[in-house]
Write a protein that binds this ligand. Structure first.
Ligand SMILES: [Zn+2]
Length: 149
């Protein structure tokens, strides 16, 4: 088992879905898994959880394996990776997606005894070079929720 000590928040930096002719394909855990396996050559999706725009949480890489989501500060070795579908450099996080994320984070904090100081946005990890999870990620509301009872 991995000794989880932190959580890193990401966005997919993608649209919420794609039209294939008449068919709408939402971006979800299976689509990201296929990108990571077939385009990056990884063994599995790099994130442990994906949170959809409607707030639904999908399980990604099992928690008995380290992820591939944040090399900076070697967070891959110690932190659980959560990815919100969307590109929050341009779009806002929907209320249900934010709530689903915050509830998931709180649950994981309890389960693995992770203090709020170890819940990080990808771009705020020292040494990272990314905009992830985007300038419109509601950092203030997110941490206020985590700090509330
Ligand atoms: Zn990221």
């Amino acid at each position: 088992m991995v000794n989880w000590q932190g959580i890193v928040i990401h966005h997919s930096a993608s649209p919420r879905g794609f039209w294939y002719g008449q068919r709408w394909r939402p971006v979800d855990v299976e689509l990201i898994r296929s990108w990571h396996i077939y385009e990056r050559g990884w063994s599995d999706i790099g994130y442990h959880y994906v949170v959809l725009p409607d707030g639904q949480v999908q399980g990604g890489r099992p928690l008995d394996r380290i992820g591939a989501h944040a090399r900076a500060g070697k967070r891959n070795l110690t932190a659980i990776g959560i990815c919100l579908i969307g590109n929050f450099q341009y779009d806002s996080v929907s209320p249900p997606q934010l709530m689903g994320t915050m509830q998931l984070v709180k649950k994981l904090q309890k389960e693995y005894d992770i203090p709020v100081e170890k819940v990080e946005l990808h771009k705020e990890i020292p040494g990272s070079n990314t905009l992830c999870p985007g300038r419109f990620f509601p950092k203030k509301a997110f941490y206020e929720y985590l700090n509330s009872g």
